[in-house]
Design a protein. Structure first.
Lengths: 208, 391
């Protein structure tokens, strides 16, 4: 799943934000964990325990080399593998946009975990808007390098869209941040995250 | 067939060893054995603190000869030699690998074809029913004999995976990792059905003589052949058999309209069956299939596998193969779920390949890469442990 996006163009700036949101010694599951580098980082810096989930067979041995528990299965089949309320944090990093039923997966995340963290490419970034509005074609960017006909990213959304869905699902947004892939902080990013944020990061919980 | 130098080098010569235990063994079936022997082989070198030892558990038709070779013929390689040896995923340059023939077997360890010291004749069907638990107990005795208090890993495929799982339940402190490959926590009705077809083929053969065929200088060869043929079909996948044989005819293009083997698949299965007759004991086959049928650790915990595996503390690697319909991925997922519920460390790979149940014996890229990585992880821990020990 790590090939869904051109991750080499992304700084691991988002990993640092996610790490700040995870409690030390907590139980974490990383859905679409790629080569396991985020979970490895969380194990080393926050002493978390838990599992990574990944479908790509080419990532299995890398996860094992990284010393994480990896479970190979398809997230589109739900999280039936995991008991309800068995994790403190459920992470879905740069994977939501490729899910066949993202809404269902978000519900599943809140079934198995107390807190959810989702990161995704913000489709409302001004460069995407520009490509559609002026160029008249589907955006292709460093983060979303695919053409419309061969992209695995079938459910793209904007930061605003995501907030609306969370509200519908009865989730409370605890934190919401938009970042640039170069990690730079700008005034535009701060005041208009849905326009200037390339990657959106949201942390949410169930409304009790 | 001549073996290449590379093949010979990667499969070093090995000799079986034997140990006798002079104790009354009380079995799960309530049967007893008054003393028993285990035949086993070892590969590689045990390190100074015995932290690099791996136990391999064999499956239905396997034995202690898991790796290496007996001679230069190219025909005497161990049954898992593709994965075990110097530089291979289970690397004998790093690990001390042990595999024993299970009791009830027919390759040296005490079994139905051994002489019963009380009668001076082969046990035959007087040999008691043995179970996975009994095997694990005798393997633990072998561990004591070898001075191995804790295995770096216990590893098994199919029926061998059941033994690895049982180790994690019976002797949780005696293994750090448990590798369960192409296995299940219990057989389903279809699987037991296949086993009984095999048993009936053997037991209804006129040469079976109620299990005492040794005294009649014969063996239920026809029954064994049918048993092996049905087994073999279930170890392959429909796709694999289609690819391998299709509807090809042997050396002809027309039907003979006779009952002689005409299709390639017929002659292949008969050949496999015939090979098996010469090297396997019918009573052992019956015992091994019964052990498979009986294995069900959750039977003692109200069918709750999570509770059955609650004593386990080892880290697990579970692997299944997409085309394995005899021990399907769903059976492995059940094990993974139970381990997760116990909050144990577990990794799970579901290898997409067409080779069916036999996949676990083969070199399949996605499979061997996972095995190699996992075993490397274990090797790193073992060398750390040895370094600490030597300080």
């Amino acid at each position: 799943m790590s090939k869904l996006l051109n991750q080499s163009s992304l700084s691991r700036y988002d990993h640092q934000i996610i790490t700040d949101w995870v409690e030390p010694q907590s139980r974490v599951i990383d859905l679409g964990c790629g080569n396991g580098s985020l979970l490895k980082h969380l194990q080393q810096t926050k002493q978390v325990s838990g599992y990574g989930v990944e479908l790509n067979p080419l990532m299995m041995d890398q996860c094992i080399d990284n010393g994480i528990n990896v479970i190979q299965f398809n997230l589109d089949q739900g999280l039936g593998h995991f008991d309800s309320d068995s994790f403190d944090t459920v992470i879905l990093s740069l994977t939501l946009q490729s899910m066949r039923r993202p809404r269902k997966l978000l519900e599943e995340m809140m079934r198995v975990g107390r807190q959810g963290i989702v990161t995704f490419p913000n489709f409302a970034h001004w460069r995407n808007r520009w490509q559609i509005a002026v160029g008249g074609h589907m955006p292709v960017s460093d983060e979303l390098p695919y053409k419309w006909y061969d992209t695995p990213n079938i459910h793209l959304c904007t930061l605003n869209d995501f907030h609306i869905l969370c509200e519908q699902l009865g989730f409370k947004i605890e934190s919401s941040i938009a970042v640039r892939t170069d990690g730079k902080q700008t005034l535009g990013l701060k005041t208009m995250p849905n326009l200037f944020g390339e990657i959106a990061l949201c942390r949410f919980t169930k409304i009790a | 067939m001549t073996a290449s130098q590379t093949d010979l080098d990667s499969n070093p010569l090995v000799e079986p060893q034997e140990v006798h235990f002079d104790e009354l063994l009380e079995l799960e079936s309530k049967g007893t054995l008054n003393g028993y022997s285990l035949t086993y082989e070892t590969y590689g070198t045990l390190n100074s603190d015995a932290s690099n030892a791996l136990l391999i558990c064999h499956a239905l038709s396997g034995n202690h000869h898991v790796a290496g070779r007996y001679d230069d013929s190219g025909r005497s390689y161990g049954w898992w030699h593709l994965l075990i040896g110097p530089g291979k995923p289970i690397d004998t340059n790093k690990f001390f690998v042990v595999c024993s023939n299970n009791i009830g077997g027919c390759n040296g360890s005490t079994g139905p074809s051994s002489i019963n010291p009380e009668t001076g004749k082969p046990y035959g069907t007087d040999f008691p029913i043995v179970t996975v638990k009994d095997w694990v107990y005798t393997q633990a005795k072998l561990s004591d004999h070898l001075g191995i208090q804790q295995w770096a890993a216990v590893i098994g495929g199919s029926l061998g995976g059941m033994q690895a799982m049982q180790w994690s339940i019976t002797y949780p402190e005696r293994l750090r990792h448990c590798l369960v490959i192409a296995s299940a926590s219990k057989l389903n009705a279809q699987n037991i059905g296949f086993n009984d077809v095999a048993r009936q083929a053997i037991r209804t053969d006129a040469e079976f003589h109620n299990g005492n065929f040794y005294q009649h200088q014969t063996s239920p060869a026809r029954g064994m052949r049918v048993a092996r043929m049905i087994g073999h079909i279930t170890y392959l996948s429909e796709d694999m058999m289609g690819q391998k044989f299709g509807r090809s005819l042997r050396k002809k293009s027309k039907f003979d309209y006779e009952f002689t083997p005409e299709f390639e698949v017929e002659s292949y299965l008969r050949y496999q069956g015939d090979q098996f007759i010469n090297k396997f004991d019918a009573n052992t086959y019956l015992l091994m299939t019964k052990a498979l049928d009986y294995f069900d650790p959750a039977a003692e915990t109200n069918d709750d596998l999570t509770q059955a595996l609650a004593p386990a503390i080892a880290d697990f690697l579970v692997i299944s193969f997409s085309s394995d319909w005899r021990f399907s991925p769903e059976r492995s997922r059940e094990i993974v779920r139970a381990l997760q519920s116990n909050k144990l460390n577990v990794s799970y790979a579901e290898v997409d390949c067409p080779q069916g149940h036999d996949s676990f014996l083969l070199e399949i890229d996605d499979y061997t890469r996972v095995m190699r990585s996992y075993l490397n992880r274990i090797a790193r821990e073992s060398s750390d442990a040895e370094a600490d020990h030597n300080v």
